[in-house]
Design a protein around this ligand. Structure first.
Ligand code: HEM
Ligand SMILES: *[C@@H]1O[C@H](CO)[C@@H](O)[C@H](O)[C@H]1NC(C)=O
Length: 328
């Protein structure tokens, strides 16, 4: 009896050792992954995001949009940040990435981190944490997020369109694509609330204005859009755009939901979100309650930020966020 118990104990201890050895190699994503290797990492990133925000408010919009464009395409691996090479096209240069900006400032954040802890903190964690800290700068909720992501080595430009919906995609397709990464209907509705800040260029809007005005649009808003986008075929060089949320353009809040219920959504997807019977109930609820929107937004951002990361010994810690490391 005693022998049997001891034997069991030994088995349990042994398997615990095995499990912990495995965990040591690859704990996956964890809270404060850099606590021993670079304890200041999260503070440095937060401070850089704050300083950049003071100089250029729109950097915070970019950090938030980056999280979507990187993490929704197969993996949060900072593949979005890679420049084109002779052999491969950058994700940044595809049509879906239109309007993405401020990439050079990501390097400022990376440089600040590298000065303290060279070669330790990944660009993918910087991408995710900068989005988190940007949300706070914009008046959104603070979202605790795990770290430990590593950087991919290749552009995912060739598959990007399978993951990122177009501006005029149907709600069915949008729900299906987010559903595949574990984000449910209220989560999708909450994420689109990101369109409460930033801008949309006329090239993505003119099809709702010319040759005739989309009758679904609020006439007051049409006047404003026509004023901002006077040409049916916008000059690609001209920086012509409409702000996503005319009410509180610089604040990440639930005003987006009131806008789309008022037929002031700029993109077809924004408009449809307030029409479709699957999404409309959540739109109404988020329009009424900032608190409910914060809760769902935080939950969805967390899931998005944990989409199939490279961890353990997969991938690498990039030296510069725009190029993969040279292999020796
Ligand atoms: C169905 C999904 C989505 C579609 C089709 C979509 C499409 C777009 C388009 C066409 C623009 C305008 C770009 C421009 O003209 O400069 C835009 C802007 C933006 N999007 Fe989305 N988006 C989607 C979801 C998201 C999500 C999930 C987030 C973040 C969580 C996000 C964050 C943003 C931000 C912050 C901007 C403003 C960027 C700036 O002003 O620099 N979007 N989006
Ligand atoms: C969406 O807009 C693009 C142009 O941006 C167009 O080529 C495409 O046919 C449109 N798709 C749908 C479903 O209307």
């Amino acid at each position: 009896m005693v022998f049997k118990a001891l034997f069991f104990l030994a088995v349990i201890c042994f398997s615990a050792v095995l499990v912990s050895a495995e965990n040591e190699q690859d704990p996956g994503l964890v809270m404060n992954f850099y606590k021993d290797t670079c304890p200041q990492a999260e503070d440095i990133i937060r401070e850089q995001v704050r300083l950049l925000y003071k100089r250029h408010k729109n950097t915070a919009f970019s950090w938030l949009r980056n999280l979507f464009h990187d993490c929704a395409v197969e993996s949060c691996d900072a593949s979005l940040l890679l420049d084109s090479t002779r052999r491969s096209l950058s994700e940044k240069e595809t049509d879906r990435s239109f309007g993405l900006r401020n990439f050079r400032y990501i390097e400022d954040i990376k440089d600040a981190v590298e000065r303290e802890c060279p070669g330790v903190v990944s660009c993918s964690d910087i991408l995710v944490l900068s989005a988190r800290d940007g949300v706070v700068q914009l008046g959104g909720p603070y979202i605790p997020l795990k770290t430990g992501r590593r950087d991919g080595r290749k552009s995912r430009a060739d598959v990007l369109e399978q993951y990122l919906p177009d501006h005029n995609e149907s709600i069915s397709v949008v729900l299906e694509r987010f559903g595949k990464i574990g984000i449910d209907t209220p989560g999708v509705v909450a994420l689109l609330g990101a369109h409460s800040v930033g801008r949309t260029h006329c090239v993505k809007l003119v099809h709702r204005l010319y040759p005739e005005v989309d009758p679904a649009l609020n006439p007051d808003h049409v006047e404003h859009m026509l004023h901002k986008c006077p040409d049916p075929i916008p000059d690609p060089q001209a920086v012509q755009y409409v702000r996503n949320d005319r009410g509180t353009p610089m604040i990440l809040d639930n005003n987006y939901y009131r806008n789309i219920l008022d037929n002031k959504g700029l993109l077809i997807v924004d408009h449809q979100l307030a029409q479709d019977k699957r999404t409309k109930p959540y739109v109404k609820k988020m329009a009424k309650s900032q608190e409910y929107w914060h809760k769902e937004f935080s939950r969805a951002i967390t899931i998005l930020s944990e989409n199939d990361p490279l961890t353990g010994d997969k991938g690498e810690i990039r030296q510069h966020c725009n190029v993969a490391n040279k292999l020796h």
